[in-house]
Design a protein around this ligand. Sequence first.
Ligand code: ADP
Length: 545
Amino acid sequence: MKRLTKLALEYKIFPILMFLVSILLALTVVFQNITIGVILDKVLIQQQFQLTSLLIIIFFVLIARAVFNMLNLAIGDTMANRIKNSLRQQVIEKASKSPIGKQINVVTEGIDGIAPFFSNFFPQVFKSMMIPVFIIGAMFFIHLNTALIMLVTAPFIPLFYIIFGLETRDESKDKMTYLNQFSQQFLNKVKGLITLKLFNQTARTEQELYEESTHFRTLTMRILKSAFLSGLMLEFITMLGIGLVALEAGLGLILFNNIDFKTAAIAIILAPEFYNAIKDLGQSFHSGKQSEGSSDVVFDFLEEPTINPVARPQQHDMSTSSIVKLHDVSFKYEGAQSYALQHINLEITKGEKIALVGPSGAGKSTLAQIITQQLPVTNGELTVASRQLRFGILSQTPYIFNTSIKNNITMFNDEITEAQVYKMLNLVGLKEKVAAFKHGIDTHIGEGGEMLSGGEMRRIELSRVLLLQPDIVLFDEPTTGLDLQTETIIQDVIHRQFQAATIIYIAHRDSTIQYADRRVYIENGSVKFIDQVMSVENKKGGEPE
Ligand code: ADP
C-alpha cells in the first residue's frame, strides 16, 4: 500500500481536491441530518406544519451531497486514469526479459487491478475519515453520550477489516502470480496446437488445462468466500453499533427523560450515517487490498532487471549519412554452443531499404534484432547515429493488447487525438471498418472483444508503427498465411509512408526484395554477399529461397 500511496501523492492536486470535497461532503451530511431531525421534531412533537423553508433547505442540501459525492469519485477516476496511463507506458517501454504473455498480462489485468485503489478506495478513505469526524464533532455538542458510544465502537470496524484484508491480499497475489503462469502456458499451448495434434498429445494437454483452470477457479472462490464472509460480519458489527446508539437514545428519552425528542432523533439518524461511512471504508479496503495484490505484480515487473543493461551501442564519428554500423559483429545466444552470427560488417545509411535474405535459420532475425538493439552484440561493435533512434517493429504475428483499438494504436498515450488515430486507420484501409463499430476506436479488441482477422490485426500494428514515425522500421515478412490483399496494402503503406525511414525487410518474396535498395544475403550466420537490387526487368534468376 505504501507504494500505491506514494504513487498517489505524486499527483498532489488530486488528494488535496479530494480532501476539500470530502470536508464539504461531511458538512452537508451533518447539516442534512440535523435538518431532518428538526423537521421530525416540528411535525411529531410541536405539531407545526410550516415547513416550506426547511424543505427547500433540505432539497438543496441533498443535491449538494449528491454533487460532492460525484465530484469525489470523478476526481478519483481521473487520478486512476492518469496513473494507469503512466504505469502502462513504463511497462511497455521496459525491455523485459519476461515472456511477452506476462508483459501483456501486466499491462492489462495487472494495471486494471490497480485502478480501483485510486478510483474507489482513495476517495472513500477521505470520505470515511471526514464524515465520521464531523459527525462525532457535532454529537459532542448535541449529545455527549452518543459521541462517546461512537468513539468507542468505531475502531472495531477497521480493525476487523485489516485482519481480513491482510489475508485477502496474500491470496490475491497468489492468484495474480498463478494467472500469469496460467496465461503463459495457455499461450504456449495454443501456439503449439498443431504440433500437439500431430503428436497425439491433445488429450493429455486438455487434462492439464482442465487441472490448471480448476486450480485457478478454486483460488478465485477462496478469495470470494473471504470477501463475502467479511462483508457479513461487517454488517453485523455496524448493526450492533447503530443499535447501541438507538438504545441509549431510547432509554434517555423514555426511561430517564434526560434527552429531548429532537436530540434523540438526530442521534438516531446520524448513527447509520456514521457507521455506514466507516463500513464503506471497510468494503473499499477490500478492493484496496486486492489492488495491492495486483500492484505487487506490476511493481515487481517494473523492478525486474532489463535485457542488456550494459551493452549500449557506441555513438561516435559516423559519416553523416550512416545510421547504423556493424563492425565485426558476432553474436551468441545465451547457453548456445555456436555463434548465431559471425564477423558481420555492415553499414546502413539513413533512409536506405535493406532486404535480409537467406535460408531459414541463417541468422536473419538475429541480425535484425541486433540492428534494432533488441539483442546485445557479443563481440564487435555496433555504432548508431543517435542514442534516440526510434524503432518500429512489424513482427510476423502482431501483438494485440486486450484493450481498445485506440489504446492498441496509441500505446496508451493520451496525448494522441482521435483524429490522428483515424488518420492512421485510414492509411491502412481500416477506417471504414472501425468507424462502423458502435464504439468506433474505443471498441475493445482481442480476447472477449471485437474479432479482427489476422490481416486486420497486422494493419492495426502497422497503424501503431505509422503513428510512432520511427527512424528504423523492421518488417518481418510473414512466410505463411499470406493474404494477398493485406500484403499489398501493407507493402504499399510501408513503401509510401516510410520513404525517409530506414527499412529492414526480412524478406521471403521477390516482390518485397524489389522495394529494397540493397540485398544482404546471409548464410550460416555470415554475410555471403551484398548486392544492389536491380529493377524487375533486369533481374534474372539467382533468387534466394
Ligand atoms: P532466420 O531468421 O534466418 O531464420 P534466426 O536468426 O532465427 O534465423 O536463427 C539463427 C540461428 O540462431 C539458428 O541456428 C537458430 O537456431 C538460433 N537461434 C535463434 N533464436 C534463438 C534463441 N532464442 N536461442 C538460441 N538460439 C537461437
